[in-house]
Design a protein around this ligand. Structure first.
Ligand SMILES: Cc1ncc(COP(=O)(O)O)c(C=O)c1O
Length: 528
């Protein structure tokens, strides 16, 4: 026995040296230390600036050497929390009003910590019987909201990018069954797919990665409501067929990234039916309206889709990463992704599939627990209230814009995204772009709030949105005041204080002469 202990001694001392295995007291101490930081952070979010003021945004390069030995964990934790919180860019702030990234729910934070501790491996069912069942249940809960006649299937993804890539892979496999084994060459012609000019750029990326080539994505112009123009779509399909190309998928977007436009899904479905084409709905952001009985009609026709992208890490207040690919064709999903693997046990027929066989991933993190836990604790209705409230906030913001002396809506408000444009006729487009950039810089300068720029249908816009569950009327009022202050500080003078009220949901013509660009204002505009 002594002999055995002696032989094990080097191993034991090595593990003591590595010191990953903290004792219970240290674990608790560090855990409480972190909880204190997180709790203070959550408490601060309703008023926390998004980032430091412009003059304090100093980020020196980190050039220290790879640590050879360790340091005191409490001190290191304290230091990094301080740096990340004090000098960070805070997406969860209620003043983050520029893109579709949310404040995470607290239950999601707890779930993420639990997942990191338990580290379930969801690649194989046999090693994750309980975790895989929770994941499948989450997919079903969301999938059932789509309203398919058959049972929904699907998989958690890292986000909308992976979900769109996976949906295109499925559409290819459904249309050209040989492609999985024999590749694109077996098709013998160029496969093509379609999305609007406003559809997400992950589609271009996917086309390249799938070996289709980015030109296989045909971008279709949009109509006045920034929806994919259906007659143009049909004309493009006819032309491609004439040239011997093979249309295999149409991507309808439910909630475009820049303006929140929702394509006319029923009409696009009719085209898919007529030409035997897979219908994918990229609802990464907008499909969340399915949680609201009042607003789910906005994505009418989604139940005709073959597959749907739905990102809980956008409107459902999940931290990164949580995306979903949903489908009504489980068989195609499994055919696209399953690979025989002799070193892993295969899930028996009639049970849940192994996740590695329905997904582009292999080793797999449990990205579902945060959504599952949030839904168990708060229920669908909490999301319904969130969506309904944010829609009301956006509608009232749109009315403010419509009556503003300085701004007009550059696109119809459909979801809680607002595209603003300065009311200034007679300015060259490249100057409008620069003027918008200056306004955004002014609004973001003190770090309190954050909005972004976008180009919608080729036109520069100021992009604002409501995404945090903490954002209230007062945050929008602060943004409005700051937008007006930015115009004043840039020397934009309002000519008239009486601007006719405009219909917020109509695309507004530019109002000639409502803002006078003084020489001072033009000096403030950086060169385009
Ligand atoms: C409509 C749409 N689709 C796909 C994506 C990509 O999603 P992710 O960033 O989660 O990969 C986005 C991102 O904003 C999006 O707006």
């Amino acid at each position: 026995m002594k002999d055995l202990i002696d032989r094990c001694q080097p191993l034991l001392s090595l593990s003591a040296e590595m010191n990953f295995d903290f004792d219970s007291q240290t674990r608790r101490k560090l855990g409480y230390q972190l909880i204190e930081v997180v709790d203070r952070f959550f408490t601060s979010l309703a008023d926390r600036p998004v980032q430091p003021a412009a003059e304090d945004r100093i980020y020196p390069p980190r050039l220290s050497r790879l640590p050879e030995t360790g340091e005191d964990p409490a001190q290191v934790l304290d230091q990094v929390c301080g740096e990340l919180v004090d000098n960070g860019f805070h997406v969860p702030s209620a003043h983050y009003l520029g893109m579709m990234n949310p404040t995470p729910t607290y239950m999601a934070f707890l779930a993420e910590s639990l997942v990191a501790a338990l580290n379930p491996q969801l690649a194989s069912l046999d090693r994750s019987q309980t975790a895989s069942r929770i994941e499948a249940e989450s997919v079903r809960w969301v999938g059932e909201l789509v309203g398919w006649q058959t049972a929904p299937s699907g998989t958690f993804t890292t986000g909308g990018n992976e979900a769109n890539l996976s949906a295109l892979a499925m559409a290819l496999a459904a249309h050209f069954p040989d492609v999985i084994e024999n590749g694109l060459a077996s098709i013998g012609a160029q496969p093509v797919f379609y999305a609007s000019m406003e559809g997400h750029h992950s589609l271009d990326k996917s086309a390249g990665l799938l070996g289709l080539g980015r030109r296989a994505l045909r971008r279709i112009p949009v109509n006045a409501r920034l929806q994919l123009d259906v007659p143009e779509l049909e004309a493009a399909i006819k032309e491609d067929l004439e040239f011997g190309k093979k249309p295999f998928c149409i991507v309808a977007t439910a909630g475009t990234t820049s303006s929140g436009a929702i394509d006319d899904i029923p009409r696009i479905h009719e085209i898919c039916r007529r030409y035997d084409i897979w219908l994918h709905v990229d609802g990464a952001y907008g499909a969340a309206v399915l949680f609201s009985n009042r607003h789910r009609g906005l994505v009418r026709g989604i139940e005709q889709a073959d597959s749907v992208t739905f990102d809980p890490h956008k409107w459902l207040a999940m931290p990164f990463s949580a995306g979903l690919l949903l489908t009504r064709h489980h068989e195609v999903l499994e055919r696209t992704f399953s690979v025989a693997c002799p070193y892993l046990q295969k899930a028996p027929a009639g049970t849940l599939p192994d996740n590695r066989n329905i997904s582009a991933q292999w080793s797999r993190r449990m990205n579902s627990l945060k959504l599952w836990l949030t839904l168990r604790v708060h229920g669908r209705r909490a999301y319904e209230r969130l969506i309904d409230r944010q829609m009301r906030l956006a509608e009232s913001f749109a009315r403010w814009v419509a009556n503003s002396e300085y701004f007009e809506l550059a696109a119809p408000q459909v979801l809680p995204i607002l595209n603003l444009r300065v009311r200034a006729a007679d300015i060259a487009p490249q100057n409008i772009d620069a003027l918008h950039a200056s306004i955004i810089e002014e609004v973001n300068r003190d770090g309190q709030r954050w909005i972004s720029a976008a180009t919608v249908n080729g036109q520069s816009v100021i992009r604002t949105m409501v995404i945090s569950y903490l954002t209230e009327e007062r945050h929008i009022k602060d943004l409005q005041a700051s937008l007006v202050a930015a115009c004043c500080s840039l020397g934009l003078e309002s000519k008239s204080s009486t601007v006719p009220a405009l219909e917020p949901n109509a695309v507004q013509p530019t109002m000639p002469g409502s803002i006078q660009l003084t020489p001072a204002a033009l000096e403030n505009v950086p060169p385009a």
